[in-house]
Design a protein around this ligand. Sequence first.
Ligand SMILES: [Zn+2]
Length: 179
Amino acid sequence: MSETFKVTESGQAAGRIRELIRRIAVEVFGTTETEVPIPGFTIFTDRRLDDPLAGIRAALLMRSVAEGQLYDYARTARAAGRSWDEIGAVLSLPTGGVPVGEAAFDWLVCGRVPDPEREGIRSFRTPSAFWRCSTCGKQVTDDGPFESHPTDNETGHADTCTRHRADVAAWAQRTGWTD
Ligand SMILES: [Zn+2]
């Protein structure tokens, strides 16, 4: 089996997991879904959850089950004679700093999630979230709910965006400030 084939296979598996999370959101957390056209395609559609919070609930459930499985399979692997170093290698834990076997035990048994910053691995996470506003249709840069004024947290809404204007009006109401 070639590396490329394996990458394609795990990509397909990831797609099936996303599909499963969406089904759980609908069947367990009670949302509905809507078919939306995929830009550039006339026959293919994508499905979107009408309540994205149900998607978060389903993904969270999936994550806690998956974490439980990591622990269960690590114990099964130890029982079968595999070492913590072998388990750490499968987990792709960084080899700098503590030995991978210790890092694997720390994570799966002690619950200490490896810290990529501490290990000197560059984080690919950006400090902002990006999404398209469903009210004004513009791409928004979301720096998190850390500042008081909505415009300091979210940039990119259209000047006429009623959602953003309502956020600013609510802020003015809350603080008693005008700008
Ligand atoms: Zn907007």
